[in-house]
Design a protein around this ligand. Structure first.
Ligand code: NAD
Length: 426
């Protein structure tokens, strides 16, 4: 295919807008030809950025799916509970799909999506961005090259970050399981997927998990705290104060994440952020929200052949999502702090440090998981343009396997028992 890949953005929020920037950087490879979003502000912003024709601006994904196919691919970036229906509908229409993670919020829906894509013979790429992170790719390459010998144990930590957790999982979109999904799925499906990836062809046989909501509960509300940070008399002493997280940032000229998320109908400035804190969900006291997702969770896994893995997710950290991993093998130990990889060889007793080039163009290079986002959309567009699914680094089956492991782990936590993987399907 020599013409640019024609893509439709379904859900023009953070992720949908972010991926679309690829078309502005590489107009010869991708063109955003349509957008669907019920939020006027979001769809108009995308329409203007990509000069989308009026007749291709929609308020809902369903209207797009009802039309004759008019593009090559869809980027489905809707909220977690709105993945399955559009994914199945667009697969049936013959669109190649980039679907944000998680695939869906139940194992059954995850299977239905993969089945629909296989039956319609369309490519499915899931937003497992870490699979495209150059550091993560290097770790896999080193494992496969036998640098640490046989992998015996994987230890992996996801530090969510104290204010990130308060923003997304106490006040924000992923705070309540019934509205979005449980924390292990919403936040850590990336990490369970990585462990599954590093374990190679070995299947997970047993899993156990513990976790709960700590600290962000009514019982922990300090004496005298107000309902909203703007009029809370003890706000100055609270590290989770919305005034600190949003208002102080916008006052310093910072309008990116997390400030950008809290004004759904306008660009963030001091007035709109103040208004959002006065009336919206992000101004609420963190001890008086309707949050119920775990703030700390551990998952232990045993894979075929005896490989064990231990994963921890914790809210209360300085680092924001800078994962820390150590992989213990028969010939050496490899650790990574998210930036640098260090390999200790048992035979030579020497350590080698490796860094990986992370530069990516434009907006994608500006921190966060920008480099990984860039490589994911790059690979997807390239797969569609060349009709070559092998360019997608996480195929449907693989994605389904790692999602099913997340559901098994959560089942273990809920039922307080070791889960033998695959038992639920028997
Ligand atoms: N891969 C990653 O690392 C990563 C990171 C963050 C979020 N996510 C996932 O990406 C998805 C989107 O997250 P986000 O942060 O962009 O959220 P967001 O709220 O910023 O964007 C979602 C958009 O979907 C729109 N929408 C709602 N109903 C719709 C409908 N019927 N038709 C079309 N659009 C509709 C909303 O109006 C909103 O603009 C979520 O599933 C989330 O879990 C993935």
């Amino acid at each position: 295919m020599t013409a640019p890949v024609r893509a439709i953005v379904i859900g023009a929020g953070c992720r949908g807008e972010g991926y679309s920037v690829f078309a502005l950087i590489h107009p010869e490879r991708m063109k955003v030809v349509a957008v669907a979003d019920p939020r006027k502000f979001a769809r108009t912003r995308l329409k203007q950025q990509h000069q989308i024709d009026n007749e291709n601006v929609f308020e809902d994904w369903q209207t797009v799916a009802d039309r004759e196919k008019f593009a090559d691919a869809v980027l489905i970036c809707t909220p977690d509970r709105l993945h399955k229906d559009p994914a199945v509908a667009f697969a049936k229409k013959g669109y190649h799909i980039l679907l944000e993670k998680p695939l869906a919020t139940t194992a059954e829906d995850c299977r239905a999506i993969v089945e629909a894509c296989v039956q319609s013979n369309v490519m499915l790429s899931v937003g497992h961005v870490l699979r495209y992170d150059p550091v993560i790719c290097k770790i896999k390459e080193l494992i496969d090259a036998g640098v640490v010998g046989d992998v015996v144990h994987i230890q992996h930590l996801e530090p969510v970050g104290f204010y990130h957790f308060a923003h997304s999982f106490v006040r924000g979109n992923w705070r309540n399981e019934a509205e979005s999904s449980f924390a292990l799925l919403a936040k850590s499906c990336h990490d369970i997927d990585l462990i599954h990836h590093w374990a190679g062809a070995r299947r997970c046989v047993k899993v156990s998990s513990f976790g709960s909501v700590s600290h962000f509960t009514k019982e922990h509300q300090p004496k005298g705290a107000g309902d909203r940070c703007l009029d809370c008399p003890i706000e100055k002493d609270c590290p989770y104060s919305a005034c600190k997280i949003y208002l102080d940032r916008v006052k310093q000229g910072h309008t990116g994440w997390p400030v950008s998320v809290i004004c759904p109908s306008s660009f963030p400035d001091i007035e709109s952020v103040t208004e959002a804190l006065r009336t919206g969900p992000y101004g609420r006291c963190v001890y008086k929200c309707d949050n119920d997702v775990c703030s700390n969770q551990v998952v232990n896994m045993e894979f075929e052949g005896g490989l064990t893995a231990a994963f921890s997710m914790v809210a209360f950290t300085e680092e924001i999502c800078q994962r820390k991993t150590t992989i213990y093998g028969s010939k050496g130990e490899m650790s990574c702090d998210g930036h640098e990889i260090c390999v200790f060889d048992f035979l030579t007793q020497k350590s080698t440090k490796l860094t990986v080039k992370l530069d990516v163009p434009g907006h994608f290079g500006k921190g966060g998981h920008g480099a990984a986002d860039y490589h994911l959309i790059d690979a997807f567009i390239s797969a569609v343009a060349n009709n070559d699914p092998s360019r997608i680094r996480c195929d449907s089956e693989d994605t389904l396997m790692s999602h099913l492991l997340v559901f098994e782990a959560e089942r273990s936590r809920l039922e307080s028992r070791v889960v033998f993987c695959g038992d639920s399907q028997k």
